[in-house]
Design a protein around this ligand. Sequence first.
Ligand SMILES: Nc1ncnc2c1ncn2[C@@H]1O[C@H](COP(=O)(O)OP(=O)(O)O)[C@@H](O)[C@H]1O
Ligand SMILES: [Mg+2]
Length: 595
Amino acid sequence: MKIRKSTKYRNSTKTARPDNASMTWMLRYVAPVKGRMATLMALLLVTTACQLINPQIVQHFIDASASDGPVSDLIKLAGLFLGIAVLNQLVTVAVSYLGNDVAWRATNQLRADLLGHLLRLDMRFHNLKTPGEMIERVDGDVTNMSNFFAMFIVQIVGSFILLAGILGVMFTKNWGIATVMSAFTILAIGVMMFIRNLGVASSQTERQATAMLFGLIEERIAGIEDVQANGAVPYVMNRFFRAMKSVFQTGRKAWMMRVIPWNATVLLFTFAVTTVLLMGVHLYLKHAITLGTLYLFFQYTQMLNDPIEQLGNQMQDFQRAKSGMRRSRELLALKSEIEPGTKDSLPHGALSIRFHHVNFSYNEDERVLHDIDFHLHPGERLGIIGRTGSGKSSISRLLLRLYNVDEGVIEVGGVDIRELKLEALYRRVGMVTQDVQLFDGSLRDNLTLFNPRVCDDEILAITENVGLRPWIDALPEGLDTHLAAGGTSLSAGEAQLFALTRVFLTRPSLVVLDEPSSRLDPATEATLTRAMDQLLTECTGIIIAHRLMTLETVDKIMVLSHGQIVEFGLREVLAADPESHYAGLLRTDRQEEFA
Ligand SMILES: Nc1ncnc2c1ncn2[C@@H]1O[C@H](COP(=O)(O)OP(=O)(O)O)[C@@H](O)[C@H]1O
Ligand SMILES: [Mg+2]
């Protein structure tokens, strides 16, 4: 469990940026799809034209039939109407296809950037964040933006063009009515913008309540074993009901606040239609306009509703997209404290290790390692012992550069690890920790970590060594057996053997084994100790162990206490010196001290 938390990332949400910077940032993701966007725009103009033309055809049709025009003219008009209606439908389908296509292309790049960035951020950051929160960042925020990418341009621009088209045509027909319609349009948009903000605060509370509910479910399902075993299901349900109640109450309020503005515009719209109709009928009765033109006025007024509503919706989406964008940019702006170096190569064969007066702390207030200073020659094996919390695992994390040291230098193969590219380090250095993570995939994929270049013979040879082979042979599908993520399909001991195989398949030149046998029974442990002996012949090894028996084959011993080296030396020398800590431990054999 990680209880203490670093303060480095706490206030990161306060670094908001101005919106126009957001826009240029967004353009980076939109730029690769600009060709498609242009096509989208062109198609949009076509549908707008179709929508504007058809009511005019109907207008002519009505006038022609009212004045007993020739039937052939009517048939032509009907045919034209049909043709344009079909064209409009086809183009509409194309627009929505292209719109989604553009949105996915643009936002998938962003998703990839976010996930890639997250995976490279240092452990101090990850210690502070839950997986649920990160999923929300990589997918939730981006999905909010994707609706925006897809439809914003299409609908905002489309709506404006349509509105301008309708009003423009109206002004050529009748100034008075066109003025009434324009006034209504401006008023409706204004009212909508003004009252839409009403719902923002309550929608935010609603989202918070929902996030709480999901957090609760995620946490309790993750701990299902403890929940069931302790008979805590009724308590969990009780908390769940309370969370649901809050979702319901905040949801109802938010819904009300969203519905009020919508109803207000509907009301406003009804007034507009009535006014236009009254004016139109008045003009018609004075014979100032034809029946067809009256129809056109009516139809165009009806058509005003859609673009206005869409503009309103887009404003809301825009708000959401803006907050998504802000959060994504904040995340991308976070720098990992682990800056890779430039050196790409380490000496061949087993690697030496040198710690030069290393001090380290996870957070400012408490130093975990004090002045750690030691040296291992290539091929040597070091056993580290010390009580829980004495800093053993911290040493291994530093060696793999999961954290930077506060002071001092760590050299691997004679190279300061800060000067190395991270890949160069990870290619040659392997680590087995106490927690083994399984991934959803076949047994082979889990052992090779999805590297298809590792052949089966190699896998089987190593599993043979660590004593996992009988277990694999007993599986009906062997290496093809599917493993579920999370590791519930393996016992803790099997998982440790599994992790060892995984590391040795990468043919490391330096291996850190962090309590590799803590969950094994004595018989399996003996097999494993023999296996490690063979596997470690070609590399330098650090073995952290809580049972002295595991360390019988190491060359050197380090005894740690409260983050300090209290003893370091050749195992045989220390064992022979009755004054040494190690000899004392061997004598009393108080293994449980290190459990
Ligand atoms: N991620 C972390 N954040 C803050 N403190 C930590 C973290 N991991 C370990 N510590 C603290 O560092 C000290 C050494 O831990 P660790 O190296 O894991 O000990 P060991 O492996 O010897 O049991 C302990 O006091 C522990 O509480
Ligand atoms: Mg540990």
